[in-house]
Design a protein around this ligand. Sequence first.
Ligand SMILES: Cc1cc2nc3c(=O)[nH]c(=O)nc-3n(C[C@H](O)[C@H](O)[C@H](O)COP(=O)(O)O)c2cc1C
Ligand code: SF4
Ligand code: SF4
Length: 436
Amino acid sequence: MADLSINLAGIKSPNPFWVASGPPSNTAYQAHRAFEAGWGGVVWKTIGEPIVNVSSRYSAMNLGGVRMAGFNNIELISDRSPETNFREIAEVKKRWPNHAVIASLMVDTRERWHEFVKWSADVGADGVELNFGCPHGMCERGMGSAVGQQPAVTERIVSWAMEAATIPVIVKLTPNITDITYAARAAKSAGANAISLINTINSITQVNLDNLVPEPFVAGFSTHGGYCGPAVKPIALNMVQSCADDPEVQLPISGIGGISNWRDAAEFIALGSTSVQVCTAIMHYGFRIVEDMVEGLNDYLDSKGFTNVAQLRGLAVPTLKKWESLDLHYQRIARINYDKCIGCNLCYIACEDGAHQCIDLVDPNGYGLGPGRVPGKPIPKVRENDCVGCNLCSLVCPVDNCITMTSIETGKPRMSWTDYQAKMARGEMMPIPPHP
Ligand SMILES: Cc1cc2nc3c(=O)[nH]c(=O)nc-3n(C[C@H](O)[C@H](O)[C@H](O)COP(=O)(O)O)c2cc1C
Ligand code: SF4
Ligand code: SF4
């Protein structure tokens, strides 16, 4: 069994799995339940001046049979008083001294930041997370993403928090910005100890076509909400990797966004996260999902020969390169396993209409009869010389491992776009002819 314990900028927890700031981290009751289930940390629902929420406040995008593939909310920060929240944090910390309890904060003035950061430390919180991310409600009041979208403002407010901080400060970044590394650099230059990302993404999930009002419906109107859940994972991974790879950032990262299982978590860790935070998946399935996450991550680390989770951290970060340095001579082609092919011909349609017209429908004789195939019905065959290796057919194929993208030897030396331009400038090669 690998050691799953982590230390994020001095905040220790028995495993990397933290409950993200949101409805599941609203009360001491929920924090106790989370820790009993096996979560390593809880980032408290953001504390500030108590707010009033609207009804209703959530909507979702369902995809096929998958409910809540994307989730949207127009909820604000905690509607409970700071006194209640901080008293409950103290209670939770007393009962769970070895678990991470982080106070998420959002206030306005310098004095209030000082007061709330000190308050967090006084009640025993292991750290604070500054919420610069909420894309609705709080930004109109000069907080949330109104701070996170302007690096200069981020820097100023982080520096206010740092003036009072005696415990680690994590800055939670908004993805509603052109380049998140600018905000991460601002946090770093103001002295932040870590960053967490992403908060939710501005969104409208759907328009109700009966009343022509988007969801969530509030007395005949709606508002732009924050998007999260599985659909945002690719965006979050991209931003986490960008921050992890930026030489000017180099801060510990708590990765957030669409994490539902151990695989998602392992991917965030491989792209540089020390801890991972989960909100929507808990709202969907409950705290119990952490059991599979702990077991799955443990088995994965064992299978890779890692003795602790830190050994996985960041391993995938340097494999992301600028496009111009990728090898133009590398070639993959699609190969079909006819023992698995069910003859649906989705690959043929996709390549014919959406790619490079290099799958033919051929006489099935000589290709065996895979499961469910209709005898005599033509089957797809890849013209390997014409296949550009785009992956599309393997992505649409409904049968796992039926189409394998296979590397082939071209006999050509590695050559990137940068190498190519340099050779052209030296007159060492002819322009590459365009594809016919
Ligand atoms: C209903 C709801 C309320 C949220 N409230 C907060 C909050 O108070 N403070 C905060 O920093 N993030 C809040 N978030 C954002 C989450 O902490 C998290 O950053 C985001 O949902 C992405 O993670 P996920 O895909 O696991 O949900 C909230 C998210 C949801 C869905
Ligand atoms: S999509 Fe897959 S299963 Fe369907 S015909 Fe193509 S190879 Fe066979
Ligand atoms: S990899 Fe792309 S080009 Fe090659 S057969 Fe599949 S869809 Fe066509």
